[in-house]
Design a protein around this ligand. Sequence first.
Ligand SMILES: [Zn+2]
Length: 238
Amino acid sequence: MSYVINNQGHCVTCDSHVTFYSESDWLRDGYFCNNCHSIPRERALMYCIEKFYPNWKQLHIHESSPAKRGASLKLQKMCQNYVGTHYFPNFPLGQTHSTGWRNEDLENLTFGNETFDLMITQDVMEHIFNPARAFSEIARTLKKGGAHIFTVPIVNKEKPSKINAKKDEHGNVLILGTPEYHGNPVDNQGSLVTMYWGYNICDFILKHSGLYTTIVYIDNLFLGIRAEYIEVLISRKL
Ligand SMILES: [Zn+2]
């Protein structure tokens, strides 16, 4: 097997000197850490948490739809006040599901106002049917000075964000563009892509939640961070 990239470096999600390698041109899903198997966007997210919120281990963190590796595992292991949630439709919100995860719908969180210092989502916000409502709920549950730190593929780049799927007034799913699904750790059918975001996601977030967003772009082979759609967004509650 030949490698597109194969280099030594430091992995911020497993805190080790490692080899990063990819057998695929699509580094976003194929450029792995040989030790923890994390991918670039997970390392970029963890790098931003460490850099901008170095006291994160002491903070109250909510992560929606955590992964089974990378930044999610590190946060879960090392932050005492970490709450991970997944969304299980047809199960009571706020209750613990048989999988052990608390059930939360990002559009209707059961947490009180100003509960968390940090909210984390990784490639979740492109799957929300009502993102205006979700960003508003995230802002509501953040403390002042808190932030939503997240990755989301900004596939439309300089073009405006575009709705790909929504629900009508009866709750039926309407796919306006192309049916596209991404992997979901708790649903084998995967998650439908509802939004093709552009950089004007920052305006959308401000309008619907009042949070101010900075986009962080990192390209650093030593940290194993190189890929298309590698941006990390940090939306702050002032
Ligand atoms: Zn690693």
